[in-house]
Design a protein around this ligand. Structure first.
Ligand SMILES: [Zn+2]
Length: 407
């Protein structure tokens, strides 16, 4: 979220103001489509003439199209505007064993989805993904592709274009962006999976007006995405949020990062499977999905393993509450299917972690994990055009300065 100050340190050119207004209008159309120009003016606080200029430009650029015509009892019928669904984004959700490659429209609706086994190394992955992406582009000649978004189980260093620290993927540092841009001719945006889930909540979920949010993703590992003061926090090299690798017991089991007793070796899906195997050695081949199914049927060993995982997730919440004091904590993970029973254990831990004041709201994500990651990467590509994040409150111009509400 940009905070503009028109009087002190930053001189706003008319181009800057136009860019901000364009972002506000585009986001309003995205959130409230189909919407008339009159409603756009009312909701944005912009003048009708400004809204008309911006929408004409967006129509020329093929971002927006005319939709249905509204009906009023008398007078002119307003024409409603909506996003052009022929604008599309290619998205890749890179996971340690299986990768999903999908085509999404500008509204985050998936037009096709394919799974490929994740190749053993980055070079092979660049070849496999390039071929699949090119095939998808060719099979959708009616779509205008805007770019490619990739969610990775690691942290992305934007400055050096490399994926750093992907312990569960077991690849060395790599650059996937360069080869894929070369192969497809499209710009590639990459982001950590937990950060992608933050964007999914803010863009397509229920966290539209939340400014301080932590998203905890629980899968093979545990990742945290931080949205603070209306901005995604990435840190100096993209490594912010690696709370899953804070050791909570120096004598604990070995972690994929090389240390011992990290939070994620107690709280991940792999940890839950380890708890189950300790009690039932016959379950060596069980997947986490199988474990959940057993838990849903009331199998005592499975329930016990999942409850131990939930307690471990909850204990880590102390770090999150103390470090970030978020308004809301959102969980993304297959375990949220059993939220009715496991959620209470986590909520209790969060409550006990609060020193003063109200505890943060705690809830499972709006979308299931793979959809959240894919939608987040759609937002990653779109935010270049729509602006990083624009809340729907009206901007308040006070004494020549915008207050923080909308920008
Ligand atoms: Zn670790």
């Amino acid at each position: 979220m940009r905070r503009m100050n028109f009087t002190d340190t930053q001189v706003a050119t008319s181009e800057t103001a136009r860019g901000i207004n364009r972002g506000i209008v585009l986001n309003l159309i995205r959130r409230r489509q189909p919407i008339s120009r009159a409603d756009l003016a009312r909701a944005s606080g912009l003048q009708r003439s400004t809204v008309s200029l911006i929408t004409e430009q967006l129509i020329r650029e093929n971002w927006v199209i005319y939709g249905s015509t509204g009906r009023l009892p008398r007078g002119r019928r307003p024409t409603f505007l909506q996003l052009n669904e022929r604008r599309a984004i290619l998205v890749v959700d890179l996971r340690p064993s299986l990768t999903t490659i999908a085509v999404s429209d500008v509204n985050g609706r998936f037009l096709s989805k394919h799974e490929v086994p994740t190749p053993a190394d980055p070079d092979a992955a660049a070849n496999v993904f390039s071929a699949k992406l090119r095939q998808l582009i060719e099979s959708h000649p009616d779509l205008m592709f805007e770019g490619i978004g990739i969610s990775v189980p690691g942290r992305f260093d934007e400055l050096h274009h490399r994926v750093l620290f992907a312990p569960n993927l077991k690849w060395p540092e790599f650059d996937l962006r360069g080869p894929l841009e070369k192969a497809t001719g499209l710009p590639v945006e990459m982001e950590n999976a937990a950060n992608a889930c933050v964007l999914a909540e803010v863009w397509f979920g229920q966290a539209e007006l939340v400014r301080d949010l932590a998203v905890v993703t629980v899968s093979e590992g545990v990742g945290v995405g931080i949205f603070s003061g209306g901005r995604l926090v990435v840190g100096s090299n993209g490594m912010a949020g690696e709370l899953g690798h804070i050791p909570i017991d120096a004598d604990g089991p070995k972690c994929g990062c090389g240390a011992r007793g990290c939070w994620e070796v107690y709280a991940s899906n792999w940890a839950a499977l380890r708890y189950y195997r300790e009690a039932s050695p016959a379950g060596a081949d069980l997947t986490f999905k199988d474990l959940l199914a057993l838990g849903e049927k009331g199998d005592p060993s499975a329930r016990n393993a999942l409850e131990r995982q939930a307690h471990a997730i909850g204990r880590g919440m102390r770090m999150i509450v103390a470090a970030l004091s978020p308004e809301e904590i959102v969980f993304v993970g297959e375990f949220t299917r059993l939220w009715d029973s496991l959620g209470a254990l986590i909520v209790a831990e969060v409550k006990s972690a609060v020193l003063v004041g109200k505890p943060p709201r705690v809830r499972p994500a709006a979308a299931e994990p793979s959809v959240a990651r894919l939608r987040g990467t759609v937002a990653l590509v779109l935010q270049k055009h729509f602006g990083p994040y624009v809340a729907l409150d009206k901007p308040k111009l006070v004494g020549g300065q915008y207050t923080q509400a909308a920008l």
